[in-house]
Design a protein around this ligand. Structure first.
Ligand code: NAD
Length: 490
């Protein structure tokens, strides 16, 4: 371990799965090394979950669903979630430091993720007993009730970029709705989820309501996606894996929400308030090192102000620094070496396409040498058809493309296979509404950019960005189905 790094976390942590309320090793005893992206050092070890572990977890969840967990009232489930929210909130520093070390995100961002997790748990905890069904007018001789019921046992496959937030919005909603859950965190960022699951036990969740199987996607993840005992799946990750998960779910005839990637556009009209826009435009791609599904990775700028905006963005990019997370840099390292190489690969291919870098930031001098740092890079102008405009880099790489008028702006913004989020910057209220409503995305921000934020706001994709919705009340409904009861009384 590099001795420059002094985050307050034990270097030899060993973690087991949580199945049926017990910490257990993988069925074959196999472990995975966890390397910290901060310096590449071996930092912890996690169980490399097997299909047998997933099977045991699904059985434990089923037993909880049919037993102690399933017998709780909605209010009681909600109270447990609220208790967990409070336990999480009381540990912002501990969980934030753990996440920062495990995932590499700046400490500030990691702590913000903890607060967001607490808010998700609070939101869904308080909503648990407010999810009402319907009564349908039908024949005068019949009473028709439609109740919202949990799917049963839900599987949750989580990526590494925002583990706590995605756990909160997906598992929090599923538990509030009354499902028993099996979670497969990403192999690169499992530790905070394991810690939160331990807290759930401490606050009194019945055994088996929340099970965690860590390990590789191709083993533990695939076993969960294809397990016949799962009633519903929530997957957040890449479009390629999403296809595999949906295919596996289809074999068992179960539904799945897919929260996938994005290539989100920020559309800047020539009447935009640039002073307000500029810091947001830069942050939307720099936050979490660009490893954000809803990163604003494309700038579409009206031609008359193209040069001015590019110059101003360039100036800000030159001042950006990637660095060790505890020094509160603009961005931390990439999650792992493969991701660092992937981003570098895109930069190399851009240069083969003839693109030259317009502005780039740097890597802080005290960034540990073994860490996976990448300098933020800005290209302008970039053709709409080029690789960098069309593919999700998932790193701190921003491209800018000029447009002439509203029609072209809409065409370009909607002109990728993705459809996750968009930003519209203009002072013209009618135009902001018109253009905002023309965006084929799950969330549109006008004169702001939430980068996917907002516990209360339904979130999800069109096209290659996936389907189904998480967050907000909509996310709670997603983890239920309906039962219609027809009662003849006359
Ligand atoms: P990934 O698809 O490689 O992995 C996601 C999860 O799936 C991990 O837990 C992994 O172990 C598991 N997995 C891998 N192969 C599997 C398989 N064959 N069967 C079942 N599970 C498997 O994605 P990633 O690299 O961890 O995350 C980055 C991607 O996630 C980006 O594309 C990003 O845009 C997307 N993402 C989307 C959202 C959203 O809400 N739309 C949020 C965060 C990340």
């Amino acid at each position: 371990m590099n001795d420059q790094v002094s985050l307050n976390v034990s270097p030899d942590m060993v973690h087991q799965n949580l199945i049926g309320g017990r910490n257990v090793p993988a069925s074959d005893g196999a472990m995975l090394d966890v390397l910290s992206p901060v310096d590449g050092s071996l930092f912890a070890r996690i169980a490399s979950g097997t299909a047998a572990d997933v099977d045991a977890a699904v059985k434990a969840a089923r037993a909880a669903f049919e037993g102690a967990w399933g017998k709780l009232t909605a209010t009681e489930r909600g109270r447990l979630l609220m208790k967990l929210a409070a336990a999480v909130e009381a540990r912002v520093d501990e969980l934030g430091e753990l996440e920062s070390r495990d995932n590499g995100k700046p400490l500030r961002q990691a702590k913000a993720d903890v607060v967001a997790l607490a808010r998700y748990l609070e939101f869904y905890g308080s909503a648990a007993d407010k999810l009402h069904g319907e009564v349908i007018p039908y024949l005068n001789t019949h009473f028709i009730g439609v109740e919202r019921v949990p799917h049963g046992v839900t599987g949750h496959i989580v990526p590494w970029n925002y583990p706590m937030q995605i756990f909160g919005r997906s598992v929090g909603a599923a538990l509030a709705a009354g499902n028993a859950t099996v979670v497969k965190p990403a192999e690169d960022a499992s530790l905070t989820i394991l810690r939160v699951a331990a807290l759930a036990r401490e606050v009194g969740f019945p055994d088996g309501a929340l099970n965690i199987v860590t390990g590789l996607g191709r083993t533990a993840g695939a076993a969960l996606a294809g397990h016949p005992g799962i009633d519903f799946l929530s997957f957040t990750g890449s479009p390629e894996t999403g296809t595999a998960v949906q295919t596996a779910a289809a074999r068992n005839h179960v539904g799945v929400t897919l929260e996938l990637g994005g290539k989100s556009a920020q559309v800047v009209f020539d009447d935009a308030d640039l002073e307000r826009a500029l810091p947001v435009l830069v942050n939307a791609i720099i936050q979490n090192g660009g490893q954000t599904c809803s990163a604003g990775s494309r700038l579409l700028i009206q031609r008359g102000i193209f040069k001015d905006v590019v110059d101003a963005v360039s100036e800000r990019f030159r001042a950006l620094k990637a660095g060790r997370p505890d020094a509160e840099p603009d961005l931390g390292p990439m999650i792992n070496q493969a991701q660092q190489r992937r981003v570098q690969g895109y930069l190399d291919r851009a240069s083969q396409e003839g693109l030259t870098v317009t502005a780039s930031g740097g890597i802080a001098a005290d960034a540990p040498k073994g860490g996976y740092y990448v300098a933020p890079t800005f290209f302008a102008p970039v053709a709409h058809e080029s690789l960098l405009s069309q593919e999700e880099v998932f790193g701190p790489v921003l491209v800018a493309t000029p447009f002439e008028d509203e029609a072209e702006a809409i065409r370009l913004a909607n002109g990728t296979p993705y459809g996750l989020a968009a930003g519209v910057w203009t002072r013209d209220a009618m135009r902001s509404t018109r253009v905002g409503r023309a965006m084929r995305v799950g969330q549109v921000f006008v004169n702001c950019y939430g980068a996917g934020g907002g516990i209360e706001l339904p979130f999800g994709g069109f096209g290659r960005s996936g389907h189904g919705r998480e967050k907000g009340f909509e996310g709670l409904v997603e983890f239920t189905t309906t039962r219609t009861i027809v009662i003849a009384h006359g």
